[in-house]
Write a protein that binds this ligand. Structure first.
Ligand SMILES: Nc1ncnc2c1ncn2[C@@H]1O[C@H](COP(=O)(O)OP(=O)(O)O)[C@@H](O)[C@H]1O
Ligand SMILES: [Mg+2]
Length: 259
């Protein structure tokens, strides 16, 4: 087995008396779509907050691409190639679709700008590169015709797509998607699933997708991990997970759909 691109061991996080994540582990193989599911409140978003540096764990270790990132700031984590989207969208509502993408590219542009003080052609080159990248994202995500619209005026499904496009502007190797199909109807979420497969191939991504509704992730993921009360209760292929009695038990009475 090759080294996983992301390896998490013995991760814990508590808020006051509540242990939201306990002894979480993950070995994420390069190029995989990995599903992380579990009822509401299971600790899925908290795990993403830990992996992306938004929260610091009480204990545990997070190694990305052989670099220990456990104590890294969120911007440092983005820079090494790990990025995430938020369950609640974090777009700039009163900026255009195109500007939302350009701002996401900022950390890269900033560094090329500094290096360009002695190399102006290099700067213009990187600005052209950025525009090319923006145009590519607009095209792939079907947003070209909306590029001058304010983000807030987009239909909700397109706002969610824009949020993923923004994440890709930082050239990630690994992308964590927190409930990407939330608020979408069946047609929109099937369309999004196809898009996720397409961007995975095009940008050679490894993805972790969080969902509390199972069907979306079951069609996409190679391996699914199930979380309940902050602990991993099962891990396996979608078929194994769907037939696991412990998983069915965890979902019973939550109102969440298992299949
Ligand atoms: N910043 C926080 N402060 C206090 N409690 C939190 C915080 N974030 C999450 N929690 C609690 O941790 C548990 C897990 O939450 P969360 O990770 O958001 O679950 P999920 O994403 O699986 O629905 C919940 O009980 C939630 O109320
Ligand atoms: Mg959540």
């Amino acid at each position: 087995m090759p080294e996983p691109i992301l390896k998490v061991t013995d991760l814990w996080k508590s808020f006051g008396g509540l242990t939201a994540v306990n002894d979480y582990y993950l070995e994420l193989p390069l190029g995989m779509i990995y599903g992380l599911i579990g009822p509401n409140g299971a600790g899925k978003t908290t795990i993403f907050n830990l992996l992306s540096g938004v929260l610091k764990p009480n204990r545990g270790r997070i190694v990305f691409n052989q670099i220990d990132i456990t104590q890294f700031r969120p911007d440092q984590i983005t820079r090494v190639g790990l990025t995430r989207t938020f369950q609640n969208l974090r777009l700039f509502p009163s900026l255009s679709v195109e500007m939302n993408l350009k701002i996401a590219n900022h950390i890269h542009l900033y560094y090329s700008f500094v290096s360009s003080l002695s190399n102006l052609p290099g700067f213009f080159h990187s600005e052209r590169e950025m525009q090319k990248k923006v145009d590519t994202m607009l095209d792939i995500f079907g947003l070209t015709q909306y590029k001058d619209e304010l983000a807030t005026n987009l239909p909700y499904g397109l706002q969610r797509k824009l949020d993923i496009a923004r994440a890709l502007m930082t050239d990630p190797k690994v992308v964590l998607l927190d409930e990407p199909s939330a608020g979408m109807n069946t047609g929109e979420s099937e369309d999004l699933a196809r898009l996720i497969l397409q961007i995975k191939e095009k940008f050679r991504l490894t993805l972790v997708i969080v969902e509390h509704r199972m069907p979306f992730v079951m069609g996409l993921a190679g391996i699914v991990q199930v979380l309940d009360y902050g602990s991993v209760i099962a891990q396996g292929t979608p078929e194994e997970i769907q037939n696991n009695p412990q998983v069915i038990e965890a979902y019973l009475g939550t109102g969440d759909t298992i299949a």
